[in-house]
Design a protein around this ligand. Structure first.
Ligand code: AMP
Length: 212
């Protein structure tokens, strides 16, 4: 399969071509058409390094309106490192499409992030605690969110973000598409999916074969 067959816009195809991506990875073959063709929710069991970021990032960039100055997509990440990495990937994927992607995460002076939010981005990539701080300051509004991604959801719960996630879910419109990625599916993740996702479909991506 090719990226062109996945019906992505020219701007996006050019960007991934420049990055040297030749063909979609398995998680991308499954998640990209799913997000482009459905508004249903999804739980994807996938390890890190499988190409998850492009799997959710490319369809989101394909579907948001770059001319609309509203936060249309939110990606939640457990750590600052992953947050920065996802944000950089999304910036690379949107090289030929005017889209503002802003990462917000704990451990950095909030003033820098407040400044970056002066002009409303279309996509926010956030760690949960800092996101809530910025919502409380009236700096981020989630009322126009159309796409929500929870990346490494099991790690977020391990780090104690359960209560924060509940607050964030409540701040978003119900009519959104939610996609949850997790390497494992403990009871706590199933419970979140049950409570906050709408009859999600489940997919499983085989992890890379390891030679031992
Ligand atoms: P991720 O799981 O999103 O962190 O991606 C793992 C690595 O695979 C990253 O370095 C990506 O840049 C790279 N990657 C993602 N999709 C593709 C693709 N279709 N072809 C080649 N490399 C890719």
């Amino acid at each position: 399969m090719t990226f062109k067959e996945l019906n992505l816009k020219e701007e996006i195809l050019s960007a991934i071509e420049e990055l040297g991506f030749e063909s979609p990875m398995p998680v991308q073959e499954k998640v990209i058409p799913f997000m482009l063709e459905n508004d249903a929710d999804l739980v994807a069991l996938a390890q890190t390094g499988t190409g998850k970021t492009a799997a959710f990032g490319l369809p989101i960039l394909n579907m948001i309106d770059p001319n609309l100055k509203q936060v249309q997509a939110l990606v939640l990440s457990p750590t600052r490192e992953l947050c920065i990495q996802i944000s950089n990937d999304l910036k690379n994927f949107s090289k030929f499409q005017k889209t503002r992607v802003v990462p917000v995460y704990g451990g950095e002076d909030i003033r820098t992030q407040l400044k970056q939010l002066d002009s409303t981005p279309q996509i926010i990539v956030a760690t949960p605690g800092r996101l809530i701080d910025l919502i409380d300051r009236g700096k981020i509004k989630l009322e126009n969110i159309r796409y929500l991604v929870l990346d490494e959801a099991d790690e977020m719960l391990k780090l104690g973000f359960m209560d924060d996630l509940e607050v964030i879910f409540e701040a978003m419109p119900a009519s959104r598409q939610s996609v949850l990625f997790s390497a494992t599916l403990p009871h706590s993740i199933r419970a979140i999916a049950e409570k906050h996702l709408r009859e999600p479909q489940h997919i499983k991506i085989a992890s890379k074969t390891r030679l031992s």
